[in-house]
Design a protein around this ligand. Structure first.
Ligand SMILES: [Zn+2]
Length: 268
C-alpha cells in the first residue's frame, strides 16, 4: 500500500519513527495539496518547511518579483534572484531541497475572478498575505468552498496565527465583519517588522497544516495564538463564532466574493 523508495524512507526517517506520523502519516503528507497565497514573509518559510516535510503538492500564488528589501525575512529567495518572479524563485529552492514535491506556480494577483479556479484541487489554504483586501477574499472563498484556512500575520514585534475551519469555528469575518476604511490602515511596505517573526509565524502555520493533514493533536480552530517577541510571551485567546457573521452565520448576507479596494502593499 505505501510504496516508499529507499531514499524516501531515509529522507523521512525522523517522521516515520514518530508514532503520530509513521509511514501512514508520511504518505498522507506526500499526497496532501496545499495552496500558499503569497511567497513573501510568511509564505517563504511555510513553503520551505512544507517541502522539507514532504508535503507533496504545493501551489504558490504570487505576482511579485524578489526585491532586495525582501531578503531580511523571505528566506526562500536569494540575493542572485533579485528581480526574478517569487514563484519561480520558490520553485527552484524547493526543487533543490526535495524532488518529491510537485510545485505549481500561479503568477497572478488573487481576485474574485480567479480565486475559485486557483482553490480547485487544494485541500488547505495557507494565507500568507499582508493586506486586508486579499485576507477577506481568502476568508470568504474558504467559507464558500469549505476549505480550511491556516492564517498568519506579523507586524513589528508581534505575530498571530489561527486556523479558520468553516463552520467548525469562527471565520475572519466573525472577528472583523468589515475591513477598516482605507485611510486607517498603515501601508504594509512602510510598516517595519523583525524579519525572523515571519519564520516564527510562518512555521506555526506549517505545524498547524501538518497536524490537519495527519489528523493529530488540536489545531488552532477557535483559538488565536499571539506571539509577543519583545516580552517572549505566547497568549492563546478563545475565539467564538458569530451567529450573525455576514458570511458564515445563520443568515449570511455575503453570498458573492468582494474585491475590496487595495489599500495596503499593493499598487494598481
Ligand atoms: Zn464567520
Amino acid at each position: 500500500m505505501i510504496d516508499f523508495t529507499d531514499e524516501q524512507i531515509e529522507r523521512y526517517s525522523r517522521h516515520i519513527m514518530l508514532p503520530e506520523v509513521g509511514g501512514v502519516g508520511q504518505a498522507k503528507m506526500l499526497e496532501a495539496k496545499v495552496l500558499l497565497i503569497g511567497a513573501g514573509g510568511l509564505g517563504s518559510p511555510a513553503a520551505f518547511y512544507l517541502a522539507a516535510a514532504g508535503v507533496g503538492n504545493l501551489g504558490i500564488v504570487d505576482f511579485d518579483v524578489v526585491d532586495l528589501s525582501n531578503l531580511q525575512r523571505q528566506i526562500i529567495h536569494s540575493t542572485e534572484r533579485v528581480g526574478m518572479l517569487k514563484t519561480e524563485s520558490a520553485k527552484k529552492t524547493i526543487a533543490a531541497l526535495n524532488p518529491d514535491v510537485n510545485v505549481t506556480v500561479y503568477n497572478e494577483r488573487l481576485t474574485s475572478e480567479n480565486i475559485m479556479r486557483l482553490f480547485e484541487g487544494y485541500d488547505y489554504i495557507l494565507d500568507g498575505t499582508d493586506n486586508f483586501a486579499t485576507r477577506y477574499l481568502i476568508n470568504d472563498a474558504c467559507v464558500m468552498t469549505g476549505k480550511t484556512n491556516i492564517h498568519g500575520s506579523i507586524f513589528r514585534f508581534e505575530g498571530q496565527a489561527t486556523v479558520f475551519k468553516p463552520h467548525a469555528g469562527p471565520c475572519y469575518r466573525c472577528l472583523y465583519p468589515e475591513p477598516p476604511p482605507p485611510g486607517l490602515v498603515p501601508n504594509c511596505q512602510e510598516g517595519g517588522v523583525l524579519g525572523v517573526l515571519a519564520g516564527v509565524i510562518g512555521n506555526l502555520q506549517v505545524v498547524e497544516t501538518l497536524k490537519l493533514i495527519l489528523g493529530q493533536g488540536e489545531p488552532l480552530i477557535g483559538s488565536l495564538l499571539i506571539y509577543d517577541a519583545l516580552r517572549t510571551e505566547f497568549r492563546r485567546l478563545k475565539l467564538k463564532r458569530d451567529v450573525n457573521c455576514p458570511v458564515c452565520g445563520e443568515n449570511p448576507t455575503i453570498k458573492e466574493l468582494i474585491d475590496y479596494e487595495e489599500f495596503c502593499g499593493l499598487s494598481r
